[in-house]
Design a binder for this molecule. Structure first.
Ligand code: TRP
Length: 515
């Protein structure tokens, strides 16, 4: 069995049929919940105009250069993230790669839980869930007596999203390409419809002005910069091995600079449009987003939609359908990053690799959906699943992407040598990278990332009232805020160490065929 698998792999590691297929897949990965939900709520949280200057800077100083690095890792080696780093920067590189994928697994778990909500809301948007005056869609979870059917419903939605994700990955690039050809154009279409609707509502333009009026208060706060940088990495799908996996299915001669510019601009263009649509809606309905990112997307926006007159109800269906398809093409890429790395490393079949991700993945997603009430006063997130999600997200989202970005720049900059990467890239690009690029990778990006990482770590450790989440009033669960970051670190480090220590089964040669 293993032998035939290995032989098959050697002929078909996979390759994109066309450059368009790759661009659709990579931009489909980048455009996701991050663009529609997290960008708007981060921007709101940090004061609209104060956010987008750091964010704009982050695109050019961090986003595009790091994407060039991640694409090049893929095209230079024809391997997924850990093995690509191992080939170019040795054993330490491989460990960084696996740690990054272990973090990706954690993030995928809750990303899919959130998509499960979006799916539940999509179904709900057809019915009474969004009737004016209806309580928040997840109110049933706060009342154990009504909980049972809601749980079954929610678990079913999470299971459905996992199933769809795996189906899209079943035949690798072949099925991914088919999916993104339909979903990515649809996403743009829906977003354009939403923005036209938002701007033609009276008051909609004020929201846009709020978003785009520069506001320099608070710009000196390191959290804004860290928020903007983490958001940029997340939005562009950097730091979790995704872009390297996708680029590994390109020919060696692909133009990594051109592709990075294209994918980054498509992504950030979509994000600004989404920001405009959502801010217009927030202002029209005078909504007041509460503190957390999650509540903005899943309580405030649905309530806004609920308050629409009946003839614009279609808006809600549009919005949640958009969330589901945009999130699905991103979840697919997160899982592909891991599956392709397992295939490359262990020489196993795609089916097996997908099973290795699916089993812990679905368990994790269901854990984040647990409806047990632990915080009846709602000082935090109310139920166990959402609390776990909030705590894990705080650490995984805010630290892992930037840490991986820092380490990969150091490895490529100093161990491989940034000039080697630049020469390789420049052989196949119209926009030649200047020598200055080497210094960006070796010094400038690492200095910036270390500064924000240490800055926020310091803030986190010295925060009044203790570690993140310790102000929530959760009788009996007060240990969670300290336990979660520790458990997450141990889990990801051990998983990375185990995978990195396995022998590599060299199977698939670099076989991309198409341009
Ligand atoms: N970029 C996606 C979004 O904006 C999420 C995502 C997919 C991602 N793959 C990733 C984030 C890899 C970080 C790393 O929703």
């Amino acid at each position: 069995m293993a032998d035939t698998d290995t032989q098959n792999l050697a002929v078909e590691r996979g390759a994109w049929k066309s450059k368009l297929g790759f661009i659709l897949a990579a931009s489909g990965s980048a455009i996701g919940l991050g663009n529609i939900v997290f960008f708007a709520s981060n921007a709101y949280q940090y004061g609209g105009g104060a956010f987008y200057l750091p964010y704009f800077i982050a695109l050019f100083v961090l986003g595009i250069p790091v994407m060039i690095v991640e694409f090049s890792l893929g095209t230079m080696t024809g391997r997924s993230f850990p093995l690509a780093l191992q080939k170019l920067a040795g054993k330490k590189g491989e460990f960084v790669g696996w740690w990054s994928l272990a973090s990706a697994l954690t993030i995928t778990m809750y990303y899919i839980t959130i998509l499960g909500w979006a799916l539940s809301m999509l179904v709900g948007a057809f019915g009474s869930l969004l009737e004016p005056g209806a309580s928040a869609p997840f109110a049933p979870f706060a009342e154990p007596s009504e909980g049972v059917s809601a749980i079954a419903w929610f678990f079913g939605a999470v299971g459905t999203i996992w199933t769809l994700t795996i189906l899209l990955l079943w035949r690798g690039t072949e099925t991914i390409e088919k999916g993104v050809r339909v979903f990515v154009p649809l996403m743009w279409l829906f977003m354009i419809a939403l923005i036209v609707r938002g701007l033609t509502l009276p008051g909609g333009v004020d929201g846009v002005l709020y978003l785009f009026t520069p506001n320099m208060d608070g710009i000196a706060d390191v959290r804004i910069w860290q928020g903007a940088f983490a958001q940029m990495f997340f939005s562009l799908s950097l730091g979790l091995g995704t872009m390297t996996a996708y680029a590994s299915y390109l020919p060696k001669t692909a133009d990594n600079v051109n592709n990075s510019l294209l994918v980054s601009f498509l992504n950030c263009g979509f994000e600004y449009i989404a920001g405009v649509a959502i801010f217009a809606m927030l202002f029209v309905y005078a909504l007041n987003p509460a503190g957390s990112t999650l509540s903005l997307s899943f309580f405030v926006i649905p309530q806004g939609i609920a308050s629409f007159p009946i003839w614009v109800k279609g808006f809600g269906v549009f919005f949640f359908f958009l969330l589901v398809i945009a999130g699905l093409t991103s979840a697919v890429s997160l899982v592909e990053g891991m599956a392709s790395a397992l295939i490359d490393k262990l020489g196993i079949s795609r089916t097996r690799a997908l099973a290795f991700v699916l089993v812990p993945g679905i368990a994790g997603s269901l854990m984040f959906a647990l409806p047990t009430v632990i915080d009846p006063n709602l000082s935090g997130n109310g139920v166990l699943g959402l609390t776990l999600l909030d705590l894990v997200d705080n650490w995984a989202f805010r630290y892992s992407l930037l840490t991986v970005g820092l380490l990969e720049c150091l490895l490529i900059g100093w161990v491989l040598g940034a000039d080697k990467l630049r020469y390789a890239v420049n052989q196949h690009t119209k926009f030649k990278l200047p020598a200055f690029f080497d210094w960006m990778i070796k010094v400038i990006i690492p200095v910036i990332l270390s500064a924000v990482l240490f800055g926020t770590l310091w803030q986190d450790l010295t925060r009044e009232g203790g570690i993140y989440g310790s102000t929530y009033d959760m009788p009996g669960y007060g240990w969670l805020p300290a336990f979660i970051p520790a458990a997450w670190l141990v889990f990801t480090l051990v998983l990375a160490a185990v995978l990195a220590s396995r022998p590599t089964v060299e199977s698939a040669p670099h076989t991309p065929v198409a341009e």
